[in-house]
Design a protein around this ligand. Structure first.
Ligand SMILES: O=C(CO)[C@H](O)[C@H](O)COP(=O)(O)O
Length: 233
């Protein structure tokens, strides 16, 4: 593959990266955690991408030979671009991982999934004994749900059922099907599902399990009790 090709350039992070300077510094911090032979869960989004770039420099300079478990096709493409071999959860378990987040509260609970990769991100995080969450200052909130709606990945056959169960059980402020920007119709996830963005009145500790218990819900962007360490400036 010719990575100088404009096709790859359009695959790499297309939009402007917000708070880029902070994200780059945090990316450098996580690159210092890498040891030779590590199997690393690689998150998705702009911060995770900058971290991968920083890690790839160390890997090259110090010949570290790591393996990545990417959480999205985007992350897999970037691993390929940086010559980092990949594996899957079927073959290996990560020693540790890194990822970004949309919101972090003081109990280290997270909202993730702006990029739509929440299902694989949660699988990889739950399989890792530790995940570094890389955030710039804009991600800290005093109350989860303050800025972002919670993304929920739903089997396409279940959208009406899930919507009515969410309304019955939680009386949310807003339930919205996520629509695509560069294609007609809704966003379709990497596993062929749809995304609902839900603004809850309040996010409670049991909500991750309660939402997941609705038939048709594949996963939610609530990450309420995981082994995470926040890396920020
Ligand atoms: O959960 C995610 C993707 O599904 C991202 O990690 C999250 O949206 C943060 O993105 P960024 O680092 O670009 O701010």
């Amino acid at each position: 593959m010719n990575w100088d090709n404009p096709l790859f350039k359009s695959l790499s992070w297309s939009g402007e990266i917000t708070n880029r300077e902070q994200k780059e510094k945090v990316a450098k911090l996580v690159s210092e955690k890498v040891s030779k032979g590590d199997v690393i869960g690689v998150g998705s989004g702009s911060t995770a991408l900058l971290a991968l770039e920083s890690i790839s420099k160390r890997v090259k300079e110090e010949k570290l030979q790591i393996t990545a478990i990417p959480t999205s096709k985007e992350a897999a493409l970037h691993c390929n671009y940086y010559d980092i071999p990949t594996t899957t959860l079927l073959e290996s378990r990560p020693n540790w991982g890194f990822d970004g987040a949309d919101e972090v509260d003081e109990k280290l609970c997270l909202i993730k999934g702006r990029g739509g990769a929440l299902f694989a991100e949660k699988l990889v995080m739950a399989s890792s004994s530790k995940t570094y969450i890389l955030v710039d200052e804009s991600k800290f909130v005093s109350k989860l749900g303050e800025k972002y709606a919670v993304p929920i990945e739903v089997d396409p056959r279940a959208i009406h059922l899930v919507e009515s169960e969410l309304i019955k059980n939680f009386n949310p402020l807003l339930v919205k099907l996520r629509m695509a920007n560069a294609k007609d119709g809704p966003v379709i996830t990497e596993t062929g599902n749809l995304l609902m963005d839900v603004k809850f009145q309040e996010i409670t500790p049991l909500m991750e399990q309660q939402v997941k218990a609705i038939p048709g819900v594949i996963e939610s962007g609530l990450f309420l009790n995981y082994s995470v360490e926040i890396l920020s400036l």
